[in-house]
Write a protein that binds this ligand. Structure first.
Ligand code: NAD
Length: 362
């Protein structure tokens, strides 16, 4: 199952690794940092997943993270209907402070070598702790990298595409809930006015929605003013009385303490792992709240780098973004018919596509 190159680190392979096609752990020859690349599945295509640079308590924690995130990428790509598998790269940064200068370059070149050693099975991209400039350094050692700067032919910032995918999901939810996908007069609370949230808020306001914005950064109020949106303090945002709650900040905002107090009809945002626990999807359904599963709603970021990999034009990207809305509609319908949750249906859909891919390859 696992092959290892470079200087092997002294870590135990987690049991879960047996489900994976490959786990590569190396100590960077230049930097000395631990690098883990997990390839969960290449059944539907090359395993694409970002390079996360983070300071972990131990290399074993970094490896666990790579495994967990790689599996999630498999389901995300499958549910989005992309010809991609799931993988993830983790760089265990030597200290909490962001590595800079020569050390950063050494780390990235080492990571590039690790990616190259997988011969295209794994394709890397930006993730937490890395950006497009870092991808350009990685590209010095491997061609299996996307998310390059625009001037290098890369797809650039993924958040505009992510925001469009969330909007397509939101419209599908509105159609399902109110029989009309129109944004006119729909009350939407966007939590987090960062890269995705600010773009989503703008699209919503342009479409005639009544937007409420929230952010821990008070300077984001200027955007609310510009859009004629209301402002709510972050501590109160999750309980805003609205039609749609659109979390676009940190994960886990819907938890056991908030789920029964939500005052919305729909939850649809870009946040990864918006539910602190998958079982909360049942509570949402019990309360009659429609939930657009995060890994489908926020697939625009993945579509953006997929387009770079396959040299898709704008029309190709738009078709895939529209497909996100259609997929949300599919899982909402299925959940209603089967008496399940949209999350359970999204997971089944991904598994079905994976089985289909495996059968076709056999
Ligand atoms: P970002 O860092 O640009 O924006 C996040 C914003 O949330 C910031 O303005 C921050 O101040 C604010 N924030 C943080 N904590 C908050 C809180 N408790 N209440 C209110 N606001 C808070 O991040 P982003 O790129 O816009 O991503 C947002 C979410 O979407 C993340 O969960 C990310 O993983 C997910 N996501 C993003 C993309 C993408 O294309 N950028 C793709 C897929 C998923």
């Amino acid at each position: 199952m696992s092959s290892r190159t470079g200087v092997q680190t002294e870590v135990r392979w987690p049991e879960a690794a047996a489900d994976y096609e490959e786990l590569r752990v190396v100590t960077g020859a230049r930097s000395g940092v631990t690098i883990a690349i997990a390839v969960h599945s290449t059944v539907l295509g090359p395993a694409l997943g970002g390079a996360r640079m983070w300071h972990y308590e131990s290399p074993a924690d970094g490896i666990e993270d790579a495994l967990r995130l790689a599996r999630a990428m498999t389901y995300k790509a499958a549910a989005a209907g992309l010809a991609l598998g799931g993988g993830k790269g983790v760089i265990c940064a030597p200290a909490p402070k962001r590595p800079e200068g020569e050390l950063r370059r050494a780390i990235l070149l080492d990571f590039g070598d690790a990616v190259a050693s997988l011969g295209g099975k794994y394709v890397t991209a930006e993730d937490v702790g890395t950006g497009s400039a870092d991808m350009a350094v990685i590209a010095e050692r491997t061609s299996h990298v996307v998310g390059l700067p625009g001037e290098r032919g890369g797809s650039g910032d993924p958040s505009p595409v992510t925001a469009r995918g969330v909007l397509a999901s939101l419209r599908a939810c509105l159609e399902h809930r109110f029989g009309d996908p129109s944004l006119k007069g729909v009350r939407v609370c966007v939590i987090g006015a960062g890269h995705v949230g600010s773009r989503l808020a703008r699209l919503l306001a342009n479409g005639g929605a009544e937007v409420t914005l929230s952010d821990v950064d008070p300077s984001r109020r200027t955007l609310a003013e510009e859009l004629g949106a209301a402002w709510v303090e972050p501590a109160d945002a999750i309980l805003t009385d609205c039609d749609v709650l659109a979390p676009c900040a940190l994960g886990g905002v819907i938890d056991a303490t908030t789920v029964d107090r939500l005052r919305c009809e729909i939850v649809c945002g870009s946040t990864n792992n918006v539910l602190a626990d998958d079982r909360l999807a049942v509570d949402l359904t019990r309360r009659g709240i429609f939930y657009a599963p995060d890994f489908i709603a926020n697939a625009g970021g993945l579509i953006n780098v997929y387009a770079e990999l396959h040299h898709l034009d704008r029309a190709g990207v738009s078709a895939l973004v529209d497909h996100i809305g259609a997929t949300i509609a599919l899982v909402l319908d299925a959940a209603e018919r089967h008496g399940t949750t949209p999350l359970a249906e999204a997971q089944s859909l991904a598994l079905e596509r994976l089985r289909g891919g495996a059968a076709a390859a056999a």
